[in-house]
Structure formats: C-alpha cells, structure tokens
Design a protein around this ligand. Sequence first.
Ligand code: NAP
Length: 307
Amino acid sequence: MHNVVIIGSGCAGNTAAIYTARANLKPLVIGGHEPGGQLSLTTLVENFPGFPEGIDGPVLVERMKQQAQNFGAAYQHGSVIEADLSKRPFRLNVDGEWIETRTLIVASGASARWLGLENEQKLIGHGVSSCATCDGFFYRGKQIMVIGGGDSAMEEANFLTRFGQKVMLVHRREEFRASKIMLERVKANPKIEMVVNTVVDDIYDVKQGVVTGVKLRNLKTGEVFERAIDGFFVAIGHIPNTKIFRNQLDLDPDGYIISHGGARTNVKGVFHAGDVQDRTYRQAITASGAGCMAAIEAERFLEMEGH
Ligand code: NAP
C-alpha cells in the first residue's frame, strides 16, 4: 500500500515527488509513456529561474528526478492503463499489475495533437514528427515544414533552421497565438518562409513509405498547391492524458481536469498537477509549482486521515 502514487514524471510529477519524499511519504512515480514530459522534448530552457545561462530541458528534468530519488522517491517505468477511484485505497493498473494507494497525484500532462490526416499517421517516424528536438537531426540540408501558429511552432521552426536548408511555417490563420518575441525571431530568420491562411490537405507519399511533399490549400483564395518537403513537423498543441479518468474525475470538454480549488479534484485524496489541468500557463515553472501544491495537499490529507 503506497501513501502517494504520482502519475507522470515531468516537472509537475518530479516536483511532487521531491516534496512528498522530503515529507518521508516514500512516493512512487509512474513514469508514463513519455518519461520526463514535455521538457524531455525541448532544447534550451531560458526561463526557469536559477539558470541564468539556460539549461537543457532533458538535463533539468533528469536533475529533478535525481533530487527526488535522493530523498527516497521510487520511479517505475510503465503507464497506468486503468484506475478505480470509486473508493479508497485507490487502485491503479500499471501495465497489467494492480497497485493500491492512499492518495494519488495526477501529473500525466498532455500529449501532442495531430492534424488527423490518414497519411499523417501512416508516415509518423518516416518524415512526420511532433518533436523537432528528437528528429530535427535527420533533416540536415533538407526541406522542412512546420505546422502551427503558437509558441511551439515558432520554437520548432527556429530550432529546425539549425538543420534544414529551408523551413516553411504553415499556419491556418494570419494572426498568431505565439508570443511576440518568438514570432519576431521567426520573422527575422532568413531560413524561414511563413505561409499563412493555409491548411494541409494531404501528405505524400505513403507508397514510397517516406514524406516527399504536401498538398496545401489557401483558405482565403481557395488555391490548392503542392510543396516538396522531406520533414513534416506538427506543432499544434496538446491533448491532456486523462482518458483513464473519464467518468471518475471532473474533466472539461477538452479533457483537462477541472480543479476543485488548490490542487484538489472532485475526488478526495486525488490531486492534480501540471499540464493535465493547466491549459493556460503550461510552463515548466508553473508545472513545478503545481506539483508542489499537490504534494502539500496530499501530505495534509494523509495527516488528517491519521497516516
Ligand atoms: P497553442 O498555443 O495552443 O497553439 C496551437 C497552434 O496550432 C495554434 O496556432 C492553432 O491555430 C494551431 N492548430 C491547432 N489545431 C490545428 C489544426 N487542426 N490544424 C492547423 N492548425 C491547428 O499550442 P502551443 O504552441 O503548443 O503552446 C502551448 C503553450 O505552451 C502556450 O502557452 C505557449 O506559450 C507555451 N510554450 C512556450 C514556449 C516557450 O516559452 N519557450 C514554447 C512552446 C510552448 P489557431 O491559432 O488558428 O487556433
């Protein structure tokens, strides 16, 4: 029987682990299908306080994990595939094996969103990617396309210019969600061509088993045109990892956990932390802050319950 199980090993989960471990609660962290969370897919993080020169995302998240382990947190590979929160102790199915816990911190984050094109799915790993940091290296001297108009798309487009001969940034509107500074960097980068008011209708070429080009459509003029590319990076946001909690935790229409004050969910003893609840800020530092809040609430809850 665990005191605290934390689902997710990103900033939120690791920070919750540091706090609950220091409170001697011996937390168990279930790493999830994307260990390290979003930070493990990013490059230089320049806005996490305490690192004036910046720090690589994967390094930062690994150091958080080490810090939690130093205080006695345990980490387990795997994913929670089923959960029963109907009574305490809560029961979690971790890749086929059920475990029990008095409290649960859900820090399972949010996963990359895809466009939903048939060929997109077929070509993932063969030119289609959602992670510039992971796959950018493969496109040295190649033609790259990035889809999206938020900070992620700007960051990926800029990053990919390190590798690609040229990067086309395709966005469905003229207005950008991206912050001004990130957008300005993209506009100032001579290797980036911006294509606005445009959507992707198809990706080629499944027959060859590799990305060779795309069919695009201008939403204002209706013009349909093709572009030859080698790499296709989708950066259009994320979907919260809450499928296993449907009908158990209160979720909003997009699947994000609805907070019941602080880090509390609608189920007593279950707390939320990070991107799985936060669709507004979604920063490493806010996720860490949320992990801290969830840990303190779990600690107080256990104390009140006499554990
Ligand atoms: P986002 O801000 O939600 O932007 C998603 C973008 O994808 C939007 O431009 C959206 O277009 C477009 N999009 C969504 N669905 C689409 C579809 N089906 N087809 C075509 N385009 C589609 O997501 P994000 O860029 O991942 O950023 C998420 C959060 O993380 C933000 O708060 C951001 O500031 C933060 N972030 C920060 C950094 C940094 O500071 N270094 C880096 C990355 C992310 P519309 O605008 O038309 O809806």
